[in-house]
Ligand binder design. Structure first.
Ligand code: HPA
Length: 269
């Protein structure tokens, strides 16, 4: 069983018992969302029992702040499976923030498009996902105080939130795409054959995160919404070689658009 109490008492103490409404998990390049925001910033490395983050382009900080009257916990950087973390560790912060009151979660990431249907720079509302990681964050003894052993997964992404997101995108003149996100364990990008397979399986984009968080959020009965910033065409869809640098650069451009959209949605909640 995880060491929730140590983490919780530290965070409650540091934040003066902040009651979280909304969690926002920021993917690569989305730092712009909260760089100028006021609030209480806590480095992951200072939080007892928190995993350690290492990936370039991710800050590794938790920010407690108020957006449009809602108390938000913003995760600047996440824990990836490919860094060597277990999926339990990857999703530990979500469980902690749920225990601090969170009922809603925004999950964001960068991904590669599996077809030319989407353009680089597009933002995709995640309609559903495929767990291709070969692991599950709920594997192992179930903690019945958190959720049930066999959670239903028919509606991971909240229809009501999706509707609000689409209306907000229209208001902001953002051409919001929709589709299925497939997660691999990474860290290697895909081969052409894998890209073809994922497309046949019904996915629209591929990435290396978010699915474990969405599974756990759903298990915890949190209202979940997910957005993917399309930073590249996947291998073989375009002839370019993939680099993390390119993913971060495009992520920064789309990050401004996605930041506006998330703030607008929060305003409406
Ligand atoms: N594949 C996997 N993960 C990614 C990609 C990709 O093409 N782009 C951004 N994250």
């Amino acid at each position: 069983m995880e060491n929730f109490e140590k983490t919780l008492s530290y965070l409650r103490d540091k934040t003066n018992n902040f009651k979280v409404d909304i969690v926002i998990v920021l993917g690569s390049g989305l730092g712009v969302f909260c760089d100028d925001m006021e609030g209480i910033r806590i480095k992951y490395s200072d939080i007892p029992s928190f995993p350690k983050s290492s990936v370039q382009g991710h800050k590794g900080e938790l920010l407690f702040s108020n957006i449009s009257g809602k108390n938000c916990a913003i995760m600047q950087g996440r824990f990836h499976y490919y860094e060597g973390h277990s999926l339990h560790d990857t999703t530990y912060p979500i469980k902690i923030l749920k225990k601090m009151g969170a009922h809603t979660i925004f999950i964001t990431n960068a991904s590669g498009a599996l077809s030319k249907k989407f353009n680089v720079g597009d933002i995709m509302l995640i309609n559903d996902h495929i767990n291709f990681m070969g692991d599950n964050p709920l594997r192992g003894k179930n903690d019945d105080t958190l959720g049930e052993r066999f959670p239903d997964m028919s509606e991971v992404y909240c229809p009501e939130l999706k509707k609000i997101a689409k209306n907000c995108a229209q208001e902001l003149n953002i051409d919001l795409k929709e589709g299925v996100y497939l997660a691999t364990m990474g860290p290697s990008y895909e081969t052409k054959a894998e890209v073809k397979m994922f497309s046949i399986l019904g996915a629209d984009v591929v990435g290396m995160s978010s699915v474990p968080e969405a599974i756990v959020a759903n298990y915890l009965k949190m209202r979940t919404i997910g957005f993917s910033m399309i930073t590249n065409h996947a291998t073989g869809v375009s002839d370019n070689k993939l680099t993390h640098k390119e993913v971060l650069e495009i992520g920064k451009v789309s990050g401004v658009k996605l930041s506006q959209l998330i703030k607008k949605i929060i305003e409406k909640l």
